[in-house]
Ligand binder design. Sequence first.
Ligand code: AMP
Length: 400
Amino acid sequence: MLNKKSVDDINVKGKKVLVRCDFNVPLIDGKITDENRLVAALPTIKKLIADGGKIILCSHLGKVKTEEDKQTKTLAPVAARLTELLGQEVKFAADPEVVGPNAKAAVEAMNDGDVILLENTRFRPEETKNGEAFSKELASLCDVYVNDAFGTAHRAHCSNVGVTEFVKGDCVVGYLMQKEIDFLGNAVNNPERPFVAILGGAKVSSKISVIENLLDKVDTLIIGGGMAYTFMAAHGEETGKSLLEADYEDYALKMEKKAEEKGVKLLIPIDTVVADDFSNDANFKVVGRGEIPADMEGLDIGPKTAELFADAIKGAKTVVWNGPMGCFEMPNFAKGTIAVAQAMADLESATTIIGGGDSAAACNQLGFGDKMTHISTGGGASLEFLEGKELPGVAAADDK
Ligand code: AMP
């Protein structure tokens, strides 16, 4: 059970609070094209303002490799938009050194309840190396530290891990981070049963540790998407031109055996939507298990499988989903993913958790965004949580 100190456990009145946020938003010509991450950060920031802290926000934005990147990866537009969203000034501490003279002067001039934003932490190359000097500089700005950036929790960088070594006061998590820990950490490790996990997406190889870890915890494991074909091929079935990782066929059989030994029901597709091209305009049809034509590829689970999976989800008390059932980006091959999302949305008293990345995108894009208990904000981080790994960004926060 992860029991971390949060912003509710500290007193920040009059204190300088460094808050690591995830403001890694898409920018086109300096304009923010998706502000979900900014909106998601507001509850923690508002709480700290209301409590009278001096709030120093920091975040990374994209990758900074060249001097040119610094022109396009500045956080200045984020400060401007946060000012509008919060209804109070978020002063941008423009400083190429991130924690240089400008930033220090801006911090010194703060009053209780003021908010400033530092420049992109990746302007400092040490950031991603978790270097000591930059970690110390960041820590020198504040009395207490809050980490609310789940998207980077699986990485050990200065602004989310190194800094916590040198902050004298508390190092706690914000509301966003707390929610991710509650659902992806605690709900998955102490699930209300029946517990069903649904895995899909392109490859078995990228989800090996997730399958292994979940087989120790779930009652039912559903496998769809591109990764299902490796399981079919492992049984000697024709998979045509479908995605296949032949090197992982033995592994697929091993996982089936492990499921059997553990009493876990493992379901793979019993029919498939096959197409003659990887395109929404392709000719397509439904075929039964083992009947994929050699010159076609599977792009979605078939209607019988959708029914089988929906039935398996019915009655579940905890459901975790990571990876689409097919190429949901193409409407002709989105039906399987919609069916699974619908089955989860129909559950009346269950905890439904969506891993970040493609599953979160599929859920939002298909209109199920507000029907789930929790949609993770971190792709890589949520996958590592489901692998049962300790995330450095979470581990670095103080325990209660
Ligand atoms: P992942 O990042 O591993 O979760 O993979 C997500 C991607 O897998 C999405 O872009 C889907 O379009 C793709 N995908 C799902 N099912 C299939 C399939 N049957 N064939 C090819 N790609 C697929």
